[in-house]
Design a binder for this molecule. Sequence first.
Ligand code: 5RP
Length: 235
Amino acid sequence: MFADLSPADQAKYVAAKRAVELVEDGMKLGLGTGSTAAWMVRCLAQRVKAEGLRIQGVPTSTRTADLARELGLEVVTLDQAGHLDITIDGTDEFDSALNLIKGGGGALLQEKIVASASDRMIVIADFDKHVPQLGKFPLPVEVLGFGLASSRDHIARLLADHGLAGCDITTRKQGDAPFVTDEGNFILDLHLAQIPDAPALAIALNQVPGVVENGLFIDICDRVILGASDGRIEE
Ligand code: 5RP
């Protein structure tokens, strides 16, 4: 099976499989969203089936919930689970302080709530996701549809105050229509190129009326597991 995967999927599989080895019987898990997290859900379902583990999973998107149910995992809501042992999720970027940019798949809101309700957040990724400074990947910000243009203008002024004047802000699209999140909101992608002070920007963005959450995960991730297509793992 492994040999049939593309090199990109091999790297994701290697990281996902290693992370799933850390799961113990009886744990309650946050299940991330994205192509790497989907490999984690597949590896987890395999282990649960093979070893008869009793695991409850809280998905971070309808996509992940659908996949988890399809593979026979027990899916519960965060309120039902109450507290989570580990969340395993992918990322779009991470830096050496283990701060992240997430939300490339549009699930950042549930991902941040679920990760923050977990004892540990483990990120799985390929080596390319490690960056010296966050910001090359456009920063997703989830905003209400009400007053979208006003929120965008407010964010532009805030970015200028943070030394990031003139950066492009685009409304994420799905085909010709705006992308709509699981909560019925929109995503603004901030094309910043670099974020000199990610912790300060994360706090400031969430002060803007209309902003629901931003994709900067500061001091949330505890561990990163990197996989490569040659089977190499770095933790
Ligand atoms: C979804 C996310 C994903 O974890 C992130 O986009 C990485 O995705 P992939 O594993 O497909 O590269 O944050 O909102």
